[in-house]
Design a protein around this ligand. Structure first.
Ligand code: ADP
Length: 676
């Protein structure tokens, strides 16, 4: 380049020499400049040297020689100096240019890098598993909202809008104020499980829980220019825990309810006096389930009678008295009163909020409504006491001071309570009527047996007189027949009077009027007497009586009652062991005398063994054997009243053995006036 440009300068100089004669250097400056610009320092200097030689050789006298005259020396030196300086400048310029190009390249690279970085960061935000949003400036203009965030916001157009405008509800929930604070102070803000409500396009509201951080962003000068928010949706977590708490709470409540019901059941079962047990149940329900509990029970005339009013607060006790005195049917309840409706319709009523209008509608008079209103009732449940479709009364529960509101949950529990209470009331009523029936029966038995007994004594006397009369007329043709009739008649009268005596005894025992007359007596003698008396009857049915007894067994007993015991056992043995031998054994053992009556008759099935000692209990069919089922009951009562005991051993079909064990002296505490 240096050689070419110098040659070009030489040619042009030669061509244009005539025009620019006095300045032979001018074009060579161009060559030097071009070489230096193009080739750098070396070519520039080479062009300077070549130019000096060319100018000297061709254009300075003596021409075509490298010699030069002194007067042009200075020009040559000046050309060399200026050309060198131009070359240096050129070199510098080239360097600077190269550096600038390099710098530009680097800057471009850096910009590309930064853009790639930003894109990557954006990508990261966009795909982050978090709610990411970027706000710019003091008005919190949305500059970024990632898809997760968009979705949470119901896909609204938020970009470019200030938060207050993009999500108006955010301001109401304090989020704009929070952003303001972070923007102003530069301090990040963290929140855990913050509830957030977002209004959706369809008008519904969506609530979720977010844990988030608000982080200030800064510009290149370090000044805050916006806020970045990162949030994590923890709704499922919070809900699961809430759900967990709800389940726990429900469990706790179920336990408390079960406990309450079992306590109430225990109270209800504790006595048959249902008015007082119901009051106790009301006391149990207050204050656990109600501030007031009122119980009304149906009366035989179909009206309701208030039997209990219980209130939680002592301050209400005066008012409770007033409420208690307001007998429901006459106390001013209108036909719209839920108490009356529950009673009449047999199903419960839940009134979550009692309004003054409702109280007025439920009352007959304004005064009555005021009495009700003065207790400040809030919530109400009336649960009828229904058994087999019959309303026995109503349990009413009211809340006031506690502020509690009844729901289906309480309704269910109180309905269950009412069901149990109703059963208990029904049981008590049945028991009462059964007791009444028994009392009437015993009264009837007592009267009937007295009435039956009355004509028996004169009848028996008349038979005896007839016997004497017959004997006085031995020649009469009727004597034999009359005497036979008298025998049968007397036996029937005796039987009848025994039955009537049993009835009388039962009435006595039931009325606690069985009295024992203790005396020194000989059981051996008595047993022999009774056995002897039964011999004809035994013979009549084909049985023999075998007595095994010591001469004398002394003790302190009630003679007549003991006679009754032996008679009953021997009678039964003849009745149920007819045709087979019967053994009557008497022995003594350590202060006791033991009487056994053994037969070989029909026997008793094991399941009936204990039952036959109870009142009216029989183990045979009426068709085959007569009897009232009282003999063994009276026998046991007498034996026990003397401090003894009776038992039976039997194998069905092989006979029965009744054993009576009696202390020979009555125990001090032996009751002299037993009752059933
Ligand atoms: P009853 O008037 O029926 O005989 P009891 O009280 O004397 O009344 O007896 C009750 C029941 O016990 C009888 O109905 C009978 O079934 C049973 N019983 C009593 N004694 C005997 C016996 N010796 N053998 C079999 N069963 C007997």
């Amino acid at each position: 380049m240096a050689v070419l440009s110098t040659l070009a300068a030489l040619l042009l100089q030669q061509l244009l020499g005539k025009l620019i004669h006095p300045t032979p250097f001018i074009l060579f400056f161009g060559a030097v400049m071009l070489s230096g610009w193009w080739g750098g320092g070396g070519p520039g200097l080479l062009s300077v040297g070549l130019s000096l030689l060319a100018v000297d050789y061709y254009f300075l006298p003596p021409f075509h020689s490298f010699k030069f005259q002194e007067d042009v020396g200075a020009s040559l030196i000046l050309f060399a100096a200026i050309a060198t300086a131009i070359t240096r400048l050129n070199v510098k310029l080239r360097q600077t240019n190269a550096e600038r190009t390099e710098l530009l390249l680097r800057e471009r690279q850096a910009r590309l890098d930064a853009e790639a970085e930003r894109a990557r960061l954006r990508e990261l935000f966009i795909h982050a598993p978090a709610h990411v949003a970027l706000f710019h400036g003091p008005d919190h203009i949305y500059t970024l909202s990632n898809p997760l965030n968009d979705e949470a916001l119901g896909h609204r157009q938020v970009l470019g809008k200030p938060l207050r405008e993009a999500i108006p509800e955010a301001a109401d929930q304090g989020f704009v104020a929070l952003l303001d604070r972070v923007y102003a102070t530069g301090e990040p803000f963290h929140a855990q499980e913050m509830p957030v409500k977002i209004s959706l396009q369809d008008g519904t509201e969506r609530e979720f829980f977010i844990s988030f951080v608000y982080q200030p962003t800064r510009n290149a000068r370090g000044q805050i220019d916006g806020v970045a928010t990162f949030g994590f949706d923890v709704t499922d977590l919070v809900r699961a825990r809430t759900e967990h708490r709800r389940v726990e709470e429900e469990l706790r409540r179920a336990e408390a309810n079960a406990r309450f019901l079992s306590e109430a059941s225990a109270v209800l079962a504790s006595s048959l006096d249902y008015e007082s047990t119901l009051s106790n149940v009301a006391r149990l329900a207050v204050p656990m389930l109600a501030d007031w509990c009122v119980i009304d029970l149906a009366q035989p005339d179909g009206t309701l009678q208030r039997v209990a009013t219980v209130c939680a607060s002592p301050e209400d006790s005066e008012r409770a008295l007033q409420v208690q005195q307001l007998r429901t049917t006459t106390g001013g309840l209108s036909s719209q009163s839920p108490i009356l409706l529950a009673f009449q319709q047999g199903h419960s009523f839940l009134i979550p909020i009692l309004t003054p209008e409702f109280l007025r509608e439920s009352s007959q008079t304004e005064e009555f409504a005021q009495v009700l209103a003065s207790a400040r009732p809030l919530s109400f449940i009336a649960a009828p006491l229904v058994v087999r479709g019959r309303s026995l009364g109503v349990l009413s529960f009211v809340t006031s001071r506690s502020g509690r509101r009844y729901t289906e949950v309480e309704l269910e529990l109180l309905e269950e309570l009412a069901r149990r209470a109703a059963l208990s009331v029904e049981n008590a009523l049945l028991y009462r009527s059964a007791q009444e029936a028994i009392r009437l029966r015993d009264e009837f038995l007592s009267i009937a047996s007295h009435e039956l007994k009355t004509p028996l004594t004169p009848l028996s006397l008349k038979l005896q007189m007839l016997g004497r009369e017959a004997r006085r007329q031995p020649e009469s043709p009727f004597r034999k027949a009359v005497e036979d009739y008298i025998t049968v008649g007397s036996r029937q009268v005796k039987k009848l009077s025994e039955l009537v005596s049993d009835l009388l005894d039962v009435a006595r025992i039931a009325g606690g009027r069985l009295r024992l007359e203790f005396e020194e007596m000989d059981l051996g003698v008595l047993t022999r007497e009774v056995t002897g008396r039964h011999e004809p009857e035994a013979a009549r049915v084909g049985s023999t009586l075998v007595l095994e007894a010591p001469e004398s067994v002394l003790g302190t007993w009630d003679r007549l009652r003991l006679e009754q015991v032996i008679t009953n056992l021997v009678d039964n043995a003849i009745k149920y062991g007819a045709g087979k031998p019967i053994r009557i054994q008497l022995e003594t053992d350590m202060g006791h005398s033991i009487l056994r009556v053994k037969d070989e008759g029909i026997g008793i099935a094991p399941e009936n063994l204990s039952r036959i000692f109870e009142r009216f209990e029989r183990a045979v069919s009426e068709r085959h054997y007569g009897g009232l089922g009282l003999g063994l009951y009276i026998t046991r009562t007498i034996v026990e009243a003397m401090g003894g005991r009776i038992q039976v051993d039997s194998t069905p079909g092989q006979g029965a053995t009744f054993t009576v064990v009696l202390p020979r002296k009555p125990r001090e505490e032996a009751p002299s006036n037993p009752s059933a």
